[in-house]
Design a protein around this ligand. Structure first.
Ligand SMILES: Nc1ncnc2c1ncn2[C@@H]1O[C@H](COP(=O)(O)OP(=O)(O)OP(=O)(O)O)[C@@H](O)[C@H]1O
Length: 326
């Protein structure tokens, strides 16, 4: 798959603040084909936002590359000179973040902001067209960001991200700040526009059921690594990694009437350097000695790739079957 649109290879990234180091990514791998959609899920602190920002090298100053790299359409993002990086961001990438108001300039009318993205020659008609594509009234062009609701502001942010026809859209929890009805509408806009344009999507999310409904593939992150990846229905319906299974049990859709959510027991790690073994071992019901000592290599289970020493062992398969039958 050398022609992949996105290829994250063994990416390790630290945040250094004062004398303190936090390892946010610890050898993360991810591949996405042209036009495909992937939901990246995992608990808070698992590294989702860092991974998303690393795609465009949009990282805070405290972030330091510790190993590996990212390729977008074959271009090595971390090796590019500033001009080439700006061109790659402008021509290939679009980003939508959690807080739409913060991603817009409060001092500028919406129309002017869109025009800055589209190029000076863009006329009112073109601006109106881009607003209509995200199902906003063209009159919104005259508004300032503070005059918009959260949902409207996010649509403007999406219009701006999609205006340059990116080949890859990175959406970092774009609906987390919105109420549930608006959430679905905004996701319809994001996924509708990306499908129309043939753009790939990396959607960073806490919402497993929504990811299962919308994405072809799912990547599950834990301790800065992608511990399971594969077709959404298989990863979430027949998890091969014990962490994915625990996460799926803790998702709201897992609770039928009268049943209770089962939180993942224990707390996620905050790494200060490379994990010596599997970062999930201290919380894993299936951990053996080796798990805390040795980093697992990628294994294949069905359609999934899994980072687990015990992947595919009968004990895990039996647990999976029990899960499916329950
Ligand atoms: N700017 C930063 N400075 C220092 N540490 C950071 C910074 N951003 C993230 N981290 C740390 O890096 C690790 C990964 O964080 P990240 O935000 O990428 O995870 P996440 O899965 O996106 O979490 P959430 O779902 O809460 O957004 C965490 O331990 C976090 O505290």
């Amino acid at each position: 798959m050398s022609g992949a649109l996105l290829r994250v290879e063994h990416l390790s990234l630290d945040y250094r603040i004062g004398g303190r180091t936090v390892r946010a990514l610890d050898g993360a791998d991810l591949v996405l084909d042209e036009g495909a959609s992937i939901g990246v899920v995992g608990e808070s602190g698992s590294g989702k936002s860092t991974l998303g920002s690393a795609v465009g090298r949009l990282l805070p100053r405290a972030a330091h590359l510790a190993g590996g790299g990212v390729r977008v359409a074959g271009e090595p993002v971390f090796d590019l000179a500033p001009a080439a990086l700006r061109r790659l961001r402008r021509e290939l990438l679009g980003f939508v973040f959690q807080d739409p108001i913060a991603s817009l300039d409060p001092t500028m009318r919406v129309g002017r902001q869109l025009r800055l993205v589209l190029g000076r020659r863009a006329g009112d008609k073109e601006v109106a067209g881009h607003l209509e594509r995200v199902r906003l009234d063209p009159a919104v062009a005259r508004a300032y960001p503070h005059q918009l609701s959260g949902g409207m502001a996010q649509r403007v942010a999406i219009a701006m991200a999609m205006a340059t026809e990116p080949r890859l859209l990175v959406a970092d929890e774009p609906t987390a700040a919105l109420d549930s009805q608006v959430r679905e509408e905004v996701l319809n806009v994001v996924f509708g526009l990306a499908a129309e344009a043939g753009a790939g999507i990396v959607w960073l999310s806490h919402d497993l059921p929504a990811v299962a409904r919308r994405c072809e593939r799912v990547a599950v992150m834990y301790g800065g690594r992608v511990v399971e990846e594969g077709p959404a229905a298989e990863v979430l319906g027949r998890p091969a990694h014990p962490y994915t299974a625990a996460l799926a049990r803790s998702a709201p859709a897992a609770a039928g009437p009268g049943t209770r959510l089962v939180p993942v027991p224990g707390r996620p790690p905050v790494l200060t350097g490379p994990a010596p073994g599997c970062a999930f071992a201290p919380r894993c019901a299936f951990a053996i000695d080796r798990c805390s000592r040795e980093r697992p290599a990628l294994a294949r289970v069905g359609g999934q790739t899994v980072l687990c020493h015990r992947a595919g062992e009968p004990v895990l398969t039996a647990a999976r079957e029990a899960e499916v039958d329950a």
